[in-house]
Design a protein around this ligand. Sequence first.
Ligand code: ADP
Length: 194
Amino acid sequence: MINIEHLVKNYGKIEALKDISFNIQPGEIVGFLGPNGAGKSTAMNILCGYLSCTSGSAKVGGIDILENPIEAKKLIGFLPEIPPLYLDMTVIEFLKFVYELKGCTLNREKHLEEICGVVEIEDQKDRLIRNLSKGYRQRVGIAQALVGNPPVIIFDEPTVGLDPLGAHMLRDIIRKLRDEGKTVLLTTHYLPEV
Ligand code: ADP
């Protein structure tokens, strides 16, 4: 489902990625482990089409992210290290906005209702995102990744800054995603988490 081959990324003289290759099968949950500065975010950003690579290739569902970015991105739900949220929207306004942005064709109310159930934010839907705790903001970040029902979910350092309860909840959500047959790739610098 995810194929990375001989990926190299240089930022000027900094070699952030030095020829990495790996494959992830459909339905697998994979932790991408490395210390800070190892190149994890760089690899995720290339895989999700936010950055170009110096050489090598990244494919999702057999589609090259550089050659056919729109089709490849349709297969990916991405939660970057800093969740991309509009703080002045309520949770449900934001999720409707993401739904429109992604051009979804599923039944909107039903689909967003299901997602709010998975991340357990049903009772937070009408609150402004700016007033939510870090843990709840992270759940909204996960919810936006799930909009459109993509088969591949990528989380970059999803538990950084969460309290133990928040981190536990996140692992529960990842288990639910596994039960739905999704392919999940998450980065972390925290070995026990993997
Ligand atoms: P990680 O996510 O594992 O902490 P990163 O991918 O953020 O690692 O960074 C890998 C290396 O690339 C680090 O040495 C970092 O300083 C460098 N780096 C990351 N982004 C940039 C950038 N935009 N410009 C220059 N160097 C960068």
